[in-house]
Design a protein around this ligand. Structure first.
Ligand SMILES: [Zn+2]
Length: 305
């Protein structure tokens, strides 16, 4: 089954990679989002990752997507996204669009000019000292973050709240435009700050957005075994469908940003994952999760040329 994956970290992965063109082809991938992850270095770091993306597209024969109408059936389509502090001014946000970014997260695990992350004590979290189930509820978008969200809507960049605080999430949801949580799961199944509550899942659905299932073992379950992860991801699917309906589910593997998942180690395992979704939830829901839901957001936000 052809599928879209809303998030991977292949652009910043070092050493052995989970995402390769051969594995995406083996997995029947239609569209892979490649995140330019910027922890430090701002726009100039982003630019070097955008160069890397350009090289990847050219050297490995991906089909670049700048508009919804660019998506080509018999190709592995590649869309550039960003995560973290990739921009600190409106000019730089325009620069991201000019370089091809069509989906942008406001933060990673540390605050940026645009907003605050999921965890109140991000320094403690990065040092591995606090429980990641503690959620940041008060600090959301900065005034610059709000300004950025308005420009994203004008230009056609999909806002991504996956690492955003709860306050940031609700500020984006209140704008009543489609947005995504590109790589997050259901907090009702695994209580983790990176996962979404049922109310948040319903809000993404109400705005016409999608949530990409994240394959990070810790976000799915305390049981990291292949069988435990399989059971858990189906529970997350069920929880997202129950809270948000069948138009909100998508995939955001986080490949190359996570340790290898025992059940879903790399893109070549996707056909068997979607077979399982067909068996458990039927072909219509599986197709929507695999491709239709995200392609709808791409059409609604990015649009055609
Ligand atoms: Zn991430």
């Amino acid at each position: 089954m052809k599928y879209c994956d809303l998030h991977c970290d292949a652009l910043t992965a070092s050493g052995k990679k989970q995402v390769t063109k051969a594995r995406l082809e083996a997995g029947d991938c239609l569209l892979q989002c490649f995140a330019a992850f910027v922890e430090e270095g701002g726009f100039s770091r982003f630019s070097s990752l955008a160069d890397k993306f350009d090289d990847l597209v050219k050297n490995e024969g991906y089909h670049r997507v700048l508009y919804a109408s660019d998506v080509k059936e018999n190709a592995v389509n590649a869309l550039l996204s960003c995560e973290g502090g990739a921009w600190e001014s409106i000019e730089e946000l325009r620069g991201l669009y000019a370089r091809g970014v069509r989906m942008a997260g406001f933060v990673w695990n540390t605050p940026t000019a645009a907003g605050y992350p999921n965890f109140p004590d991000y320094q403690g979290l990065c040092a591995g000292r606090i429980s990641p189930s503690v959620r940041e509820e008060k600090r959301g978008l900065t005034p610059f973050g709000h300004e950025s969200a308005e420009l994203m809507a004008q230009l056609g960049i999909i806002p991504d709240v996956s690492h955003g605080s709860d306050a940031l999430f609700w500020e984006i949801a209140q704008k009543k435009r489609p947005f995504v949580a590109s790589h997050s799961n259901a907090a009702s199944v695994q209580n983790w700050a990176r996962n979404l509550t049922d109310e948040q899942i319903a809000a993404v659905a109400d705005c016409g957005g999608v949530i990409g299932l994240n394959f990070c073992a810790d976000f799915l379950s305390d049981d990291g075994s292949a069988a435990g992860q399989r059971t858990a991801i189906l529970a997350h699917v069920r929880a997202i469908l129950n809270a948000g309906g069948e138009d909100v589910l998508a995939v955001g593997s986080d490949f190359d940003g996570i340790p290898e998942n025992a059940y879903l180690p790399d893109p070549s395992c996707m056909p068997s994952f979607f077979e399982t979704l067909v068996d458990e939830f039927g072909p219509r829901i599986a197709e929507k999760a695999a491709r239709d839901n995200f392609l709808r957001v791409l059409r609604d936000v990015v649009g055609d040329k």
